[in-house]
Design a protein around this ligand. Sequence first.
Ligand code: MN
Length: 246
Amino acid sequence: MENSRRDFLKIAGGVAAASAAIGAPVTTINVAAAATGGGERTTHTLPSLPYAYDALEPYIDAQTMELHHSAHHQGYVNGLNNTEEALAEARANNDFELVQHYSRQAAFHGGGHWLHSMFWQVMAPPGNGGGGEPSGALASKIEEDFGSFENFRAHFSAAAGAVEGGGWGLLHYRFTDDRLLVLQAESQHKFSPWDSIPILGVDVWEHAYYLNYQNRRGAYIENWWNVVNWSQVADNFRMLREAAGN
Ligand code: MN
């Protein structure tokens, strides 16, 4: 009992720290803080992009990037701040119907904030950090878990292409058994398993590609591989693996 408790604390603490380093603040912790009513709430902020809006052209156009970052992602940040404030008020008033409502909203906006923060980081200008294939420990793990990079890529593209409605294609690192998993998320938060964290993701909401690709989501996903920042994905993988003690 003592050992398993210690292991859980080690994994949870380490993974939470690594998760915060990959993307945005760890939303569940912020929600929990708001929920107890103790302490000051976190004010979430929009992270700046590590490149210019036109840096991912021709694969992702500047107008799409600007709207996606400054309007859509900002909307999730504002939504999360407003929701956590409303949630804390509902808690203070013991209004459990509103608590239920705002808890769902917090998961949606918090998921959107974290995933977009990660999304910007795992992309880079084509030929200048973006594109190509992974190397080192990440490349070995992809081969071990998927047979080959090509096979992984085909499964990831198929998963992203098949998301029903708005959502994400994701590569997770599962810290309980040291595995990589190709998964989908619907919306910004549904289908989330609790023992793994995304290290790579592609946004397949229509706002991510419609201006340039219209209904051709598959073409967008194929082109998106040209801007994947494998060095960042490898860092995400290494941080989580180390944090989990694997
Ligand atoms: Mn989006």
